[in-house]
Design a protein around this ligand. Structure first.
Ligand code: THU
Length: 161
């Protein structure tokens, strides 16, 4: 028997203004998306915006439903919409942010497991690491690639064997 370790690496910024210009723009876009969320059940308004290879920014937000599992997270709303409109464009970056009781959450928001899985396939489709921006009032975290978010994941490669 032996044990192994995987280390996660990410960059921490203390405010939006510290981010590189293009990521600032994407995060501002995502913050704006929270305003259009439909979250009457949780009151947790999530915004996500993706930056595509063609430099288009596409946003989405969470869409809830009284039959809870029928709703969709902001990340998947944004990714699926982006790829439904531009199926051949890769996604370079995603910014995710959330408002609770009208304020950006103190801790960074992390995508749920289902969204991580979709991000994993989105990255495979794009062919290169996606920059992931997680917004929070206390700090902003920037990850390079889904491997930094979901180190053990089902990539789909297994289906080819
Ligand atoms: N939610 C997202 O949209 N993204 C996340 O990363 C986590 C959770 C939504 C789902 C639901 O509408 C609300 O937040 C509370 O869970």
């Amino acid at each position: 028997m032996k044990t192994a370790e995987k280390t996660l690496r990410y960059t921490i910024y203390s405010a939006l203004e510290e981010l590189p210009e293009s990521l600032q723009k994407l995060l501002r876009h995502a913050r704006n998306e929270t305003q259009k969320a439909y979250a009457p059940y949780s009151n947790f308004k999530v915004g996500a915006s993706v930056l595509m290879n063609n430099k288009k920014m596409i946003g989405g937000n969470n869409q809830e439903n009284a039959a809870f599992p029928s709703g969709l997270c902001a990340e998947r709303t944004a990714i699926f919409y982006a790829h439904s409109q531009y199926p051949d464009e890769g996604i370079e970056a995603i910014a995710i942010t959330a408002l609770y009781k009208g304020e950006i959450t103190h801790e960074t928001i992390k995508p749920c497991g289902a969204c991580c899985q979709v991000l994993s396939e989105t990255e495979r489709r794009s062919g290169k690491a996606i920059t992931i921006i997680l917004d929070g009032q206390d700090q902003i975290e920037v990850l390079s690639g889904v491997s930094q978010l979901l180190p053990f994941r089902f990539s789909g490669e297994e289906l080819k064997r």
